[in-house]
Design a protein around this ligand. Sequence first.
Ligand SMILES: NC(=O)c1ccc[n+]([C@@H]2O[C@H](COP(=O)([O-])OP(=O)(O)OC[C@H]3O[C@@H](n4cnc5c(N)ncnc54)[C@H](OP(=O)(O)O)[C@@H]3O)[C@@H](O)[C@H]2O)c1
Length: 272
Amino acid sequence: MNFSLTHCSAIITGASSGLGAEFARQLAPTAKSLLLVARREEALNQVKAELLSKHADLQVHLCVADVATDEGRARIVESIDHLDHKPNLLINNAGIGDYGSFASADPAKLRGQIDLNVTALVLLTHAVLARLVAPAGILNVSSLAGNVPMPDLAVYGASKAFVTSFSEALRVELLDKNIVVTALCPGPTPTNFSKNAKRADGADTNRSGQGLLRIAPGVVVRAGLDALVNDCACVFPGTGVSIAAPVFRIMPRSLMRWALKRRYHKDHQAES
Ligand SMILES: NC(=O)c1ccc[n+]([C@@H]2O[C@H](COP(=O)([O-])OP(=O)(O)OC[C@H]3O[C@@H](n4cnc5c(N)ncnc54)[C@H](OP(=O)(O)O)[C@@H]3O)[C@@H](O)[C@H]2O)c1
């Protein structure tokens, strides 16, 4: 693989805040052009202004679109087809969670997670693949939650298990096409994610033990970009997460279920 970020032309979904905006910041010094995608136009404009204030030569294009819809993805593809520089990097970053029990979840939020975290990622990748100019990269933002069943984030965790599995399979299919695929699997990271995953009852995603795993968005993004350039299949940024991930993978499922049950009851007793 000889994929490089130098002079890259990248598409970043969920670029209006959090990790997506940070991807844009870290790519900006060497990229040729960035296509930033999200629903909030004002927030996208703020990111664009920040980037151009430091990198006047960078081409920054915005696409205001809901990636979770067919119309939104069609708009992204149309924007790509109008770019001066054909893309060689797709960062599937947009994603949402929903914190709380499955039984009490709003069905619209359950569907929303699958539509965005799973369907949108697959169908956008499929549409963009034909437009990527090799050597190219696809960076899928998954989660440590993909390695472990997550009571109170059950659908989210399952959606990220899908992202990691899909990424590893696609990586093998695209090896010969000179397209590297990497799954970035962060642990808890301070962005707007938790705020957006909270329900009206105020339940938080700040469960016990998470403080040990938390690292800054800048570190997560750096690890993801380095992994892509170094042709790594999966990266778990931060010491705590990089230790937890293989432990979760090799742990017998019966032991895993026992530990999850214990933690679940402890956390819920503490609340009542
Ligand atoms: N933060 C964490 O603890 C953590 C841990 C592991 C993995 N992750 C993953 O990291 C990724 C980025 O999340 P984040 O932490 O940066 O959260 P964030 O700050 O809430 O950012 C989410 C981004 O996704 C965009 N987005 C949401 N729904 C969208 C839609 N339907 N169409 C287009 N854009 C949409 C949002 O922009 P608009 O609202 O403007 O559309 C925003 O730019 C997600 O895939 C998340 O699952 C996060």
